[in-house]
Design a binder for this molecule. Structure first.
Ligand SMILES: [Zn+2]
Ligand SMILES: [Zn+2]
Length: 422
């Protein structure tokens, strides 16, 4: 499942929230407030990422510019449950990431990217139940929709439905290849190769002449050395350039095809789950996988998170930024309504190691579990759940039982949890 390309359609009512979110994200990565439009889990992930950066003494700034094209691309990609529709909205822009450590810049990179977001909105003509658990967008306290409309218990903020939705659930960054930049680079490289080879050939020609006994260099000789050198050098340089490109193409192909070979098995297993849960989709799952992986990797201690039943692997500990490139479902077992899935994640990550930032293509295997007798709920977050036994709403991100009635809360009965990352 590559992050899809978007067809261009205009006049979407989600273009405005998208633009506003891009601005809020840029503010956030420049030290500002959490994006107001971000859903609860995304806020949580962003906060953990910032805390991780701060604990490492790093400061990341991102500049997003979309001067080149102001186009917002709204794809036909969307998925729904009974209440919500999640649509994927993307746009192209220019991203400059700079990371500093102790006032020194240790990383700076500018690329053309697609920034796609998963925007959740209410289906027309639906109204979620007023007992639906939801976090207060102002103070973050677990609450319910009804309480938020009549005033949050903790901060007394009142919300209209139009202020609660739409919300951005997740975002994905994919790098676009810049053709003009690549052509420029190719021209430069070809020139370097030809000049270097020609100089080498001229020198070799002179040395050869020197040793073959033609000690009396005539101007004719020098001319033929230079001319021969240029001709040979040009040819050899050109050939070397072509060879280098060939290797690059293979390397790039390997990078671009990551995970592409297993699309059939991914669709097969996604369908297997869908048979039990009609609202499951691979787009929804991609969103979930990325959200869970980011939480596990950015958190101080993954085992403290209710959504993670394992440690963060050693090789993922230095990840400070993770973007999903592709994923595969390798296996899926459903026994007594408990679904165990193994996925492979192909990621583009920034690692902080030995005081340096390294950009790497990573591959992780992750096992996840959920009881599929409960259908997918797109609006669900552990940040605000309602207790199945007493009905109270509470934050289940770091607790194992309801704080009001002490009934054990089994996380995998309500949403996907990670059982292993390798
Ligand atoms: Zn509040
Ligand atoms: Zn309870």
């Amino acid at each position: 499942m590559n992050i899809p390309d978007f067809n261009i359609t205009e006049n979407s009512d989600l273009a405005e929230p998208y633009k506003a979110f891009v601005k809020q994200m840029a503010d956030w990565y420049n030290g500002g407030e959490l994006p107001e439009l971000a859903g609860q889990d995304l806020r949580f992930t962003l906060e953990m990422q910032r805390q991780k950066m701060q604990s490492l003494g790093l400061d990341m700034q991102c500049n997003l510019q979309n001067e080149k094209s102001n186009q917002i691309n709204v794809g036909g990609v969307s998925f729904s449950d009974r209440i919500f529709t999640n649509s994927i909205i993307g746009g192209n822009m220019n991203l400059t990431r700079s990371i500093g450590s102790n006032q020194n810049s240790i990383y700076k990179n500018t690329t053309d990217i697609s920034l796609s977001t998963v925007i959740q909105s209410l289906k027309t003509d639906t109204r979620p139940s007023s007992s639906m658990a939801l976090c207060c967008p102002h103070c973050g306290a677990p609450s319910t929709l009804g309480e938020l409309e009549s005033g949050c218990k903790y901060c007394d903020s009142h919300f209209l439905m139009s202020e609660l939705y739409p919300k951005v659930m997740n975002f994905f960054v994919t790098e676009n290849e810049d053709k003009a930049k690549r052509d420029e680079k190719n021209k430069r490289e070809l020139k370097t190769f030809i000049i270097a080879s020609s100089i080498l050939m001229i020198i070799l020609g002179m040395i050869f002449d020197l040793f073959s006994g033609q000690s009396q260099s005539t101007s004719m000789n020098i001319f033929s050395e230079i001319f021969g050198g240029l001709l040979c050098g040009g040819m050899i340089g050109g050939m070397l350039f072509v060879l280098k490109k060939l290797f690059e193409v293979f390397a790039l192909m390997g990078k671009d095809l990551r995970g592409g070979g297993k699309t059939a098995s991914t669709l097969f297993y996604a369908n297997k789950i869908k048979k039990n849960d009609p609202e499951f989709s691979s787009e929804y799952f991609r969103d979930k996988i990325m959200s869970l992986f980011r939480m596990a990797v950015y958190s101080k201690d993954a085992t403290e998170l209710a959504c993670c039943k394992c440690k963060c692997p050693e090789k993922a500990k230095d990840i400070i930024e993770a973007q999903l490139y592709n994923f595969n479902i390798n296996s899926c077992e459903i026994i007594d309504n408990i679904c165990d899935v193994e996925v492979t994640l192909y990621l583009d990550c920034l690692h902080y190691m030995d005081g340096k930032i390294k950009s790497k293509s990573d591959k992780f295997r992750m096992r996840m579990r959920k009881s599929i007798k409960n259908r997918t709920e797109l609006g669900f977050s552990f940040a605000a759940v309602s207790c199945p036994s007493c009905g109270a709403s509470f934050d289940a991100r770091n607790v194992k039982a309801c704080p009001y009635c002490n009934n054990v809360y089994i996380h995998e009965e309500h949403d996907w949890v990670i059982t292993d990352i390798r």
